[in-house]
Design a protein around this ligand. Structure first.
Ligand SMILES: *[C@@H]1O[C@H](CO)[C@@H](O)[C@H](O)[C@H]1NC(C)=O
Ligand SMILES: *[C@@H]1O[C@H](CO)[C@@H](O)[C@H](O)[C@H]1NC(C)=O
Ligand SMILES: *[C@@H]1O[C@H](CO)[C@@H](O)[C@H](O)[C@H]1NC(C)=O
Length: 337
């Protein structure tokens, strides 16, 4: 029985159990779908090839890439981030085609931004389409858990109609394609990337805190890698076969992740209300005319300044005694990008 067949059967079985589980069933061994990308000596694979550690040390960061490109898909992994002092360290889990389309690339990002000791990691999502690098669509969030303590699942869903970022079972951001977005909506085949790198220049408080290699190596762990999507021919950039694409699309539908149920939507709103600290949609200094896909939620908007940053955070207030005792400044005040 070939691998694809096995995957299909597990999808069918898992569909009977629960759609939420489906995502956990089609995990792949590294060599089934991924390749080391850079810093090869810092890409550590487990004996069973289902667990990858990416290291950043003085010599290099590291990364891996999917061996194929996909026209739409679900890109997902359980990820654990490096602990301790991680200022300047960035872990990224994203899709892109920047290697193939230098000037007109598409990209969907989860970027995890390290922090000084005692301050939490933040995560940023972003979207680029057809080289829209002058129109970043960043959102930043605190995390509801300590992402260095255990694995959590991060998923990027991309169809021709919607883009949804998930943390575990919770959708945290949805961008639906609108006509007005035009090419800004990613439309060309992309690869999946996972990387760890030294972003001393901007990651923590706009570069105020550099990577401190005294604490290296910084190790990010990935497992339960899963990937569902329509594979394209790497030269022609068209689906390898129409039937397979249809099959891949229906596989995507069976994940249960392409549609946000009312309950999930509630959970998404609650997450954003609690944890979002920046949104390009509310950044009227940068975008006097709002980005076309932005749905302005008045209750949400009231909490943000014209800079798109949160006016006030309960979260931080509770921690203010600790914040005062360190020399840290509020990183969200420094838009670094
Ligand atoms: C998206 O794809 C589905 C089938 O894969 C198709 O039925 C639908 O019309 C497409 N929507 C758009 C906006 O292209
Ligand atoms: C993408 O950008 C290129 C170059 O600017 C342009 O020719 C093309 O029409 C754009 N595609 C879409 C879908 O907007
Ligand atoms: C399409 O899927 C079948 C069954 O999984 C596989 O054997 C075949 O290689 C795929 N075709 C292409 C062109 O990828």
């Amino acid at each position: 029985m070939d691998c694809k067949m096995k995957i299909l059967i597990s999808i069918m079985l898992s569909g009977l159990v629960s759609s939420a589980m489906a995502i956990n069933t089609r995990t792949l061994a590294f060599n089934e779908a991924y390749l080391p990308l850079f810093g090869h000596h810092n890409v550590h694979r487990s004996d069973d090839d289902r667990h990858v550690r990416l290291l950043l040390d003085r010599s290099s960061g590291s990364g891996f890439i999917s061996s194929d490109m996909y026209q739409h898909g679900l890109f997902s992994a359980l990820i654990k981030l490096p602990s301790d002092y991680t200022a300047g360290v960035v872990v990224a889990f994203y899709t892109s085609n920047g290697d193939k389309f230098e000037k007109t690339h598409d990209e969907l990002d989860f970027e995890f931004l390290g922090n000084i000791k005692g301050k939490e990691w933040r995560v940023q999502t972003n979207i680029y389409g057809n080289g829209s690098t002058s129109r970043g669509r960043e959102e930043r969030y605190l995390m509801p858990f300590n992402p260095t303590k255990e694995f959590h699942r991060y998923s990027i869903l991309w169809t021709n109609e919607t883009i949804i970022f998930y943390i575990d079972e919770t959708p945290i951001r949805e961008v639906r394609r609108t006509e007005a977005m035009g090419g800004d909506y990613p439309s060309k085949p992309m690869s999946l990337y996972a990387t760890i790198w030294d972003a001393s220049n901007w990651a923590t408080s706009g570069g105020k805190y550099k990577v401190n290699y005294k604490y290296s190596p910084f190790t990010s762990e990935f497992h339960d890698l899963s990937l569902v999507g329509c594979r394209v021919d790497p030269i022609q950039m068209v689906p390898t076969s129409t039937e397979n694409c249809t099959a891949a699309n229906s596989d995507l539908m069976t994940t249960g992740l392409t549609v946000i149920t009312p309950d999930k939507r509630k959970a998404m709103r609650a997450f954003r209300e609690k944890f979002m600290t920046y949104s390009a949609c509310y950044d009227t200094l940068r975008y006097p005319e709002k980005l076309p896909e932005c749905e302005i939620v008045e209750a949400e908007k009231r909490r943000f300044k014209d800079s798109g940053h949160l006016k006030f955070s309960h979260h931080r207030r509770h921690r203010s005694s600790r914040a005062r005792s360190s020399t840290a400044t509020d990183p969200s005040k420094h838009s670094s990008m």
